[in-house]
Design a protein around this ligand. Structure first.
Ligand SMILES: Cc1cc2nc3c(=O)[nH]c(=O)nc-3n(C[C@H](O)[C@H](O)[C@H](O)COP(=O)(O)O)c2cc1C
Length: 269
């Protein structure tokens, strides 16, 4: 089967698919859109998704698997409130979320943008409290090594270590009942950016299914740095690397107010 199939009866030759192809590999021929370089297709599905009459099919992103858009879902005022209401949740009930809840959270994260439509995020979910404690300890060990090496994070890590080691405050894993590690193939140079995008989706969706989340920055930095004791604890599969970490659980408290942010700084030129 060719990459593209055009329904000649439906195609309007409007050229919208050609304009919207992110790889610029389509052109308009006499019989509708043609692909000039099949291997350049990133399987994003844009050409099929944008066609106003459903005339185009792409073997990588079949028309029959594309759900019609049902807009408008949110008006801008509701969307604005919804986006502003998201909070980093750092106080959790001890019970971890279920497989089903975590699957729902990660399922929507698949729809976040990825560079070149690379997708391919792979998740490891840890809900064993002892293992999470061991992970936080390993991260503290890594921070100590960073402090000794005099890296640029030295002063910040010293503050974290004082809280964690001397005052016994779990500033690293926040006693989260669940940690999710996102992994990418080792050669994927945009893995960390992809993970950040996917966390944004997960974090916004979480409260709609009764969950709270916070990005576990210290743990993910340690993972991204490739600290072997941490990678051993999470039993990372071969040819993969850590690109992100998220804490997840049922929120212990409910936020009542929305904090203000710094002023918007923008220049129009
Ligand atoms: C890259 C990144 C790393 C973060 N790491 C941590 C972390 O390790 N621990 C933590 O409690 N919060 C962490 N956060 C959450 C921020 O502290 C939080 O987003 C910020 O204080 C604003 O609060 P809000 O998310 O409730 O709006 C992180 C956020 C980002 C974007």
């Amino acid at each position: 089967m060719d990459l593209l199939t055009v329904n000649q009866d439906k195609c309007l030759r409007c050229g919208i698919c050609v304009e919207c192809c992110p790889s610029c590999i389509l052109s308009m021929g006499e019989n509708g859109p043609e692909c000039n370089f099949d291997r350049g297709c990133m399987s994003c599905g844009q050409c099929v998704a944008i066609c106003p009459v459903g005339a185009l099919d792409n073997k990588y992103t079949p028309l029959e698997k594309q759900r019609p858009v049902t807009m408008p879902v949110l008006d801008s005022a509701t969307a604005y409130e919804f986006l502003r209401m998201r909070r980093s949740v750092r106080n959790f009930k001890p019970q971890p979320p279920t497989d089903e809840e975590i699957t729902r959270l990660l399922d929507i994260a698949r729809y976040a943008p990825t560079a070149g439509n690379s997708q391919g995020m792979y998740y490891i979910v840890i809900r064993d409290a002892e293992k999470i404690k061991a992970i936080a300890d390993a991260v503290a060990d890594w921070m100590e090594a960073e402090v000794e090496a005099g890296t640029e994070n030295k002063r910040y890590f010293m503050t974290v270590l004082r809280a964690y080691r001397e005052r016994g405050q779990d500033i690293i894993a926040r006693h989260a009942p669940c940690l999710i590690f996102s992994l990418a193939r080792r050669l994927n140079i945009t893995g960390v950016s992809n993970a950040e995008q996917s966390w944004a989706y997960a974090e916004l969706f979480a409260p709609t299914i009764g969950l709270g989340t916070t990005i576990a920055g210290f743990i993910q930095s340690c993972g991204i740095a490739g600290y072997q004791p941490l990678l051993d604890l999470i039993e990372i599969p071969p040819k993969h690397k850590v690109v992100g970490t998220l804490m997840v659980g049922y929120p212990k408290y409910k936020y009542q107010r929305m904090p203000e942010r710094q002023h918007l700084k923008v220049e129009f030129r």
